[in-house]
Design a protein around this ligand. Sequence first.
Ligand SMILES: CCCCCCCC/C=C\C=C\CC(=O)SCCNC(=O)CCNC(=O)[C@H](O)C(C)(C)COP(=O)(O)OP(=O)(O)OC[C@H]1O[C@@H](n2cnc3c(N)ncnc32)[C@H](O)[C@@H]1OP(=O)(O)O
Length: 725
Amino acid sequence: MAQYARGSAVAVIRLRNPPVNALSRAVLQALEDGLKKADADPSVKAVMICGENGKFSAGADIRGFSAPKRLGGALGPVVSLIESSEKPVVAAIEGVALGGGLEVALGCHYRIAHVKARMGLPEVTLGLLPGAEGTQRLPRLIGVPAALDMITTGKHIPATEALKLGLVDEIVEENTIEAAIRLANKVIGQPLGPRRLSLKPVPKVPNMEAFLDEALAKVKRQARGCLAPELCFQAVRAATQSPFADGVRRERELFQVLLSSGQAQALQYAFFAERAVRRWATPGGASWSSAAPQPVRRAAVIGLGTMGRGIVTSLVKANIPLVALEQDLENLNKGRKAVMFLLEREAMKMEGGAQVLDFHNPARLQFTVDFDLLRDVDLVIEAVFENMALKKEIFHKLSKICKPGALLCTNTSALNIDEIASATNRPQQVIGTHFFSPAHVMRLLEIIYGRHTSPTAIATAMQLATALKKVGVVVGNCFGFVGNRMMFPYVQQAVFLLEEGSRPDAVDQALEDFGFKIGPFRMSDLAGLDVGWRSRKDQGLTGPSLPAGTPARQRRGQRYSPLPDLLCEHGRFGQKTGKGWYLYEKAGGRTATPDPWLLNFLSQYRDTHGIQTRFIDQEEILERCLFSLINEGFAILAEGIASGPEHLDVIYINGYGWPKHRGGPMFYASTVGLPRVLAKLQKYSEAHPDVPGLQPSAFLKKLAAVGNPPLKEWMSYLSQQSSKL
Ligand SMILES: CCCCCCCC/C=C\C=C\CC(=O)SCCNC(=O)CCNC(=O)[C@H](O)C(C)(C)COP(=O)(O)OP(=O)(O)OC[C@H]1O[C@@H](n2cnc3c(N)ncnc32)[C@H](O)[C@@H]1OP(=O)(O)O
């Protein structure tokens, strides 16, 4: 809704649709009615538009884009109506003016913003473009380079920057509404022509065509298969080439293309999925609605290796005072130096820099080798390397030293939380916090509850995720949890494809063309092949504990590829040794080139094992890697390890480089159609009966059999008894 009120000479229209004043049909109708009322009332001399509860508007109601009666073209005409008003209209921007909200403000003749307000056109992140004439008005107001940047990236800018760009006329520290009414009174009677953006020319840029060509190349490079950035670009280019009305027509055409592209649906699903996972629940009945977090006033991180350094940096950035602990002075000094380097770099990116982070202050960041300093912390994150015995030793020590209420977190990517908790006297306060590398950059935090973990512990870990500006996803305890468990069959297929005749660069290319940031072999070289090797040795799959006479390509009755182990035995650990699945310019180098040695090695390997080399096309690469990953996802859902497909999708988008415009693996499966995914898995599992990862999960079969229901109904087909937790 929008509330209309007439004060003295200034009518006030207040957008009202909690929590963010999204522009629904009803709000737009009320806005239009308010404008018409003001126009018809001779005592009204000016209009002020604002939003309720300190928020202007977060834009079009996103749910409206998939509603049967779409929000459609309703907003553009309302923005035009505002602009064509014969009475001055002032936007009072508090909180946020995003998307359609900012387009409404662009239709106004004046804009005044609170200093803490944020503005942006984030439609591109939802697979759309600003469809209410924003792509035509913004370049006229702030110029093509700045408008292109805002529209193709969707970034939110603070009011101070908006003022510099000329996006707002004034910023105020308080009483935005009063200031806007004052401004409205002041401008009564002044000519409105110069304030109507649709009448302004687009400011010239020297050598506009060359500038646009370069900008387009950049947009394409960054889009990686996502359509919206390029179409946003095209809409802005139309503003540079055509009169306003023609530009608007072009904007509408392009908007329609995006709306029906499928990518918009995927990105909007991802938007809501990210919010849905905040409402966590466990099969035991614990949930976000009843569990209260405990405050974290001081934290500790144990271990200053790659993960620990990133975690410390993340906590400092979140303003949480902490103690960073290493086992000895040599490692402590090495870790301290690395953390300081990261923090200096982070500080340079921030306004206020090192002063704001205050990391030279020992009261905020203290380095030590003394466990006793952990006595009064509220939360500990252990981040030593993946070794159960070591982790248990540390947790045993922690449960003796830390105060009774302290939450004990383990940063592990696969180990059993219950076993780690068993080393303590407080298993209810032990929880897994799986950070992703680099931990101060990656958004995902997988939060793993064990058999005894309390709801308070889960709520506190979720609150920590929010404080660190991460997306926390609560999952159950199993080997590899959700993310890595789904990754195992994917990587396994990638390696099997090499055995059968493919090449690392062909597999990577297929998956990168699909939209992954990095293919499995480049990823494995980056992470280090030795990490998986160590884990396989611990599991007895390779190395000295392997019983003599074990067939080279079989473990526990299933197909196994020793290829990654063989590479490690040749000292090929990936980027760090300058060679792995690829060759690099030097140890630590980043430029991967196909390695003739490896291709020769693969060919000899196939000869040794009597494998007939065959050509494997892109379709088979994608289907075998992706469908086996998705198949594991269905098994995870059936076991109650995650409470919905959204959880798996949020994990994959934020932690594993899954292309967001494909909505996550489970959403992708829903778009492919579950009967098709099932049929392909059946085909491949018939061809490879010794690969369990290709055998369709019972839950997938059930969903296909009941007629491929929409994703949001999947979980209703799981009987309570099927949860193993
Ligand atoms: C015939 C062809 C004609 C073609 C013409 C077409 C005409 C179309 C015209 C115009 C098109 C305009 C496009 C848009 O405006 S798209 C929307 C752009 N806006 C955004 O992307 C903003 C999205 N929201 C956010 O970024 C954040 O929510 C923010 C506003 C910054 C607040 O963040 P925070 O405080 O962290 O709160 P939450 O994110 O948890 O949000 C609170 C709840 O509000 C829901 N929400 C937020 N924004 C919207 C929205 N725009 N629509 C609907 N719902 C929204 C959010 O989901 C939370 O609710 P819940 O937890 O239940 O999910």
